[in-house]
Design a protein around this ligand. Structure first.
Ligand code: NAD
Ligand code: USQ
Length: 382
């Protein structure tokens, strides 16, 4: 298949582009490098040193003979996007290219507006581009489990059967997102649902949980192919951040009581889920939703797992309970369904101590790059 991976200079997109290319798909990348610019803005960095995208794809070609074409540009620029779609005529468009940090979206008005303009306009452009230029192309859009929030009933995969005043219907599952970033994903989901209905676009919304790990078989082939890894208070995410904190002698930062439960998956499963979605396209007019995670844990549970492994590896680490900078439930029911990807063949890499140890070893090699001032959270929701 000809597959465009938008946002493939980033954490999830880069290993996905390599994996799809290795599987024999004809892959091209769109990215505007804004994530690298945001590192400058925040005076932050990837824990791992990352090569430029041109160096990355050149190394991939040298090692495998496979070409990945790169289009530098912004999804919010429609003329640029149209040109890429005309050149590539993709069978699938994998859309990772959004501002993905909840804390970044909560810094101030400007960052909230940027996040929603970037994400909502970019996705709208992709929908119009597919309609205008490649109407049969399958949109594979990264959504997020946080769109659902933490309702007091089980979370279904996109839709729920409701009985009300003697009548029944299957309706989109209610959304209760917890940041202006998570809200941007909800807005996207609504726009995609509508576009599928009116134009017959085929789309899969992948409500992904928090991704942990950094390397895949492909990124391990050469240091130039190494993935980015975020650890700071704005872009670092729960498990990865805890492992890095433990290796540099900082406390593991649990926000509040740590009773918050979230859905997780290994980056090795992310790449496989995208392949499964691409190889099993949604029907014309179908807005299909998969919950893309493999397990869920409370934040406190994860902190304790990391603390145990870190101790065995010689890093004696404390767990600190910080005042929660976010507004979120810390003591709540959580049960979410995730059967659709597994029914299509996903065999999950589950989290165990060896997986934590493997990430820890990968992280230790670069621990001198950590900018310690960036570890504590600085953005508050209130
Ligand atoms: P990332 O920030 O590392 O990568 C996103 C990439 O998209 C960056 O390279 C950035 O430069 C690019 N980009 C952003 N806006 C763009 C635009 N307008 N035009 C072109 N390129 C643009 O993020 P990630 O962690 O790889 O996440 C990728 C996607 O997966 C996001 O949509 C995110 O919401 C979703 N997701 C991520 C996680 C996670 O744990 N990382 C979990 C669930 C969902
Ligand atoms: N948390 C801590 N300590 C920390 C960091 C986070 O206790 O040092 C807590 C947060 O309060 C929150 C939970 O851990 O309850 C998850 O926070 P996170 O920063 O790991 O993840 P989140 O903000 O939800 O966002 C990340 C990605 C985002 C993706 C989302 C998937 O950045 O792109 O959409 O995970 S989900 O959470 O399923 O919506």
């Amino acid at each position: 298949m000809n597959i465009i991976v938008a946002g493939a200079d980033g954490f999830c997109g880069w290993p996905t582009a390599l994996y799809l290319s290795k599987q024999g798909h004809d892959v091209s990348i769109i990215d505007n490098y804004v994530r690298r610019d945001i590192d400058q803005e925040l005076h932050s960095n990837s824990l791992t040193p990352i090569a430029s995208l041109d160096e990355r794809v050149a190394k991939w070609k040298e090692l495998t003979g496979k070409e990945i074409r790169v289009y530098e540009g912004d999804l919010t620029h429609y003329d640029f996007l149209k040109q890429v779609l005309k050149t590539e005529e993709p069978d699938a468009f994998v859309h990772f290219a959004e501002q993905r940090s909840a804390p970044y979206s909560m810094i101030d008005r400007e960052h909230a507006v940027y996040t929603q303009e970037n994400n909502v306009t970019g996705t709208l452009n992709v929908l119009y581009g597919i309609r205008e230029i490649v109407p049969d192309c399958h949109l594979i859009k990264l959504g997020t489990m946080g769109e659902y929030g933490t309702p007091n009933i089980p979370i279904e995969e996109g839709y729920i059967e409701v009985e009300h005043k003697g009548r029944k219907d299957t309706l989109p599952y209610p959304k209760q997102p917890g940041s202006f970033y998570h809200l941007s994903k909800v807005h996207d989901s609504h726009n995609i649902t509508f576009a599928c209905k009116i134009w017959g676009i085929r789309a899969t919304d992948l409500n992904q949980g928090i991704v942990y790990g950094l390397e895949t078989d492909e990124t391990l082939m050469d240091p130039i192919l190494t993935n980015r890894l975020d650890y700071d208070g704005v872009y670092g995410t729960a498990l990865n951040r805890f492992i890095i904190q433990a290796t540099v002698g900082e406390d593991i930062t649990v926000y509040g009581s740590g009773g918050q439960t979230r859905a997780f998956l290994n980056i090795r499963d992310t790449v496989r889920c995208i392949e499964i979605a691409a190889e099993n396209p949604a029907d014309r007019g179908e807005f299909r939703v998969f919950n893309q995670f493999t397990e869920y844990f409370s934040v406190q549970d994860l902190a304790e797992k990391v603390q145990k492994v870190a101790k065995e590896e010689g890093f004696d680490t404390n767990i600190a309970h910080l005042d929660n900078p976010r507004v979120e439930a810390e003591d709540h029911f959580y049960h979410a369904v995730n059967t659709k990807l597994q029914d299509l063949g996903l065999e999950p890499y589950l989290l165990d101590e060896d997986v934590i140890r493997e990430i820890l070893h990968a992280v230790v090699a670069h621990k001198d790059r950590v900018i310690k001032d960036n570890i504590l959270p600085t953005v508050t929701w209130k």
